[in-house]
Design a protein around this ligand. Sequence first.
Ligand SMILES: [Zn+2]
Ligand SMILES: [Zn+2]
Length: 340
Amino acid sequence: MLACTIHAKEDLRIETAAMPAVGPGEVLVRLGAGGICGSDLHYYFEGRNGSFVIREPLIPGHEASGVVALVGAGVTRVKEGDKIAVSPSHACGRCEYCREGREQLCTSMKFLGSASLFPHVQGMFCEYFVMGERQCYPVAGDVSLGELAFAEPLAVALHAVHRGGDLLGKSVLITGAGTIGCLTVIAARLAGAAKVAVSDVLDRPLAQAREVGADRTIRADREGDALVAPQFDVAFEASGSFAALKTCVAAAKKGARIVQVGTLPHEPLPFVVNDLMAKELDLCGAFRWGIEFDWAVSYLSTRRVDVRPLLTGQFPLREAVKAFELAKDKTQSTKVQVVA
Ligand SMILES: [Zn+2]
Ligand SMILES: [Zn+2]
């Protein structure tokens, strides 16, 4: 079978790999679609993602759907031929965080397609991979494998909104109109936000944000003045830029909440804390997701959430480099996927 492997910065190879063996309780999955995420781009273009550095060949990919090819002994949750969303998160289920329902904070987390551990936990940009049945979510209906591969990023957005607190009737700012920013627009509307504004420094992402329901879009570089006055109850920083976090702090009303969902560059940041103090702002982080993955699968399978406008293109695994190049170019693409 084919596997897409990153050996080092800008060294991505399509290799043949042995078919993985399926043990009891495990499922062999044929890749349906795999979304290229910001972290995959960091691994490919920089050889690292924040503090996680590639130290051995890494198969990227943590946003995937597939079709069940074979089930191991004792598997009851899925059967051969099922269309599934795949959860890339394998929490231990035993540590204090897992037990209090915050598995994303698990102290022994294995997250697929990540160099956070060594040996690295391999991802899903390959023709076939093996999952525990707990990570397989069977879906009926006519939702496509491409849409189902949005379960992971949609779960990120739902978790961010969850961390933002009650949004009913609130005014919301989202900085960054990439996949996560746009999905946060959708999630904020689901949660009842009265007004959703989105800022970015490119026109195409802002047009996408409007398409999925943003009420107002702002070019942060040209119309920054619009974001100086305090006007939002809740802000989501989804761009991974420190300037955008400062914008969130400035544009937040007194007593507002700011949720950091994007990953900022791996460097120390100067930070003015006085606004947090004087405006009584709550600044909190949103990391991956827990139960929200289940919600994401359900919203996608009924198309209560329609992600089709965000899918720019799909490429066969063999053309992964092309797919990564397009995924990096935010003037051309939102979500790009590889398919088997
Ligand atoms: Zn992702
Ligand atoms: Zn745990």
